[in-house]
Ligand binder design. Structure first.
Ligand code: R5P
Length: 313
């Protein structure tokens, strides 16, 4: 097995390499003056089982193109099998036509990754599970849930856990929220969110009784923070004791950090699926937990032809 990292999330790649006790294969990634990307793998990879780690986070198009170029370099270097390890799959939110004459970009990106020459994909908390069907190659979709469950058991007192209420910030996240709530034998509530236009969100209603409860908002993505901060305010207005959030992918586009700092959220917990700038790392209300062990174990199982679903019980 060989592990290769693009430039999108080198800290996570190094942590995965530590978990597996496998060094990262050296690559050079350079830019031409016009910003074209050039990649060179600095070791022989002929006949190797390659795991190429590159989330397609911001800048999404650059990181995607870098992923495709690295796959092409590996194909031409005669790698035996290439697994695109994409901890955060950008473009996932464009998973259906939202109107006439609009694209399904999540499918286009899946086509690009397959056509470039990847044999498998390993990702985490896809925005919608059915995106796996956009690939005609095997796709493993890991869940951040076990990492979050451990963290919640660690951080919340037994007394707080008795009042736990998991909240889906929109109707699209209900299945995900029900699944984590089941781990604690807890109830769920649902925020009825509307998007008047892209990038804006409004809370219409809260379905469920949140008064006096320890609320945990649970979602796959926080982008501009509008969904989460509006939901936190609505929950507080309806009498919630406290509101925290566990979100797998910290996209955190501006002005998310400013919004979180001014919000009713006690804490936002994200994973390291996306590398964060200092502004996020130094924000006292945001904490990161690592999915490196989970991803490393999934990689080990794929390399050894063992079950990946066993990781989730
Ligand atoms: C949408 O369905 C996703 O699950 C997130 O709720 C959404 O992407 C968050 O976006 P924002 O933080 O910009 O409101």
């Amino acid at each position: 097995m060989k592990l290769i990292s693009g430039t999108a999330n080198e800290p996570l790649a190094r942590s995965i390499a530590d978990v597996l006790d496998v060094p990262l294969t050296q690559v050079d990634i350079e830019r031409f003056r016009d910003q074209e990307i050039f990649a060179k793998i600095n070791e022989n990879v002929r006949g190797e089982d390659i795991f190429l780690i590159q989330p397609t986070s911001a800048p999404a198009n650059d990181h995607l193109m870098e992923l495709l170029i690295l796959i092409d370099a590996l194909v031409r270097a005669s790698a035996k099998r290439i697994t695109a390890v994409v901890p955060y799959y950008g473009y996932a939110r464009q998973d259906r036509k939202t109107g006439g004459r609009t694209p399904i970009s999540a499918k286009l990106v899946a086509n690009l990754i397959s056509k470039a020459g990847a044999h498998r994909v390993l990702t985490a908390d896809l925005h919608a599970g059915q995106i796996q069907g956009f690939f005609d190659i095997p796709t493993d979709n890991l869940f951040g849930q076990p990492v979050f469950v451990d963290d919640i058991k660690d951080r919340f007192s037994k007394k707080d856990r008795e009042k736990l209420l998991f909240v889906s910030p929109d109707t699209g996240g209900v299945v995900r929220t029900r699944s984590i709530a089941k781990q604690f034998d807890a109830d769920i509530a649902i925020v009825d969110k509307r998007r008047p236009k892209a990038g804006e969100s409004e809370v219409m209603n809260i379905i469920g009784d949140v008064a006096g409860r320890t609320c945990i908002l649970y979602d796959d993505i926080i982008d501009s923070g509008g969904t989460l901060c509006n939901a936190a305010k609505a929950l507080k207005d309806h009498g919630a004791n406290s509101v925290s959030a566990y979100i797998t992918h910290g996209v955190l586009s501006d002005p998310a950090v400013e919004r979180i700092n001014k919000s009713e959220l006690t804490e936002l917990v994200i994973t390291d699926s996306i590398a964060q700038p200092d502004k996020v790392k130094t924000c006292e209300r945001i904490r990161e937990v690592s999915i490196a062990t989970l991803m490393g174990e999934a990689i080990r199982r794929i390399a050894n032809d063992e079950s990946v679903s066993k990781l989730f019980g």
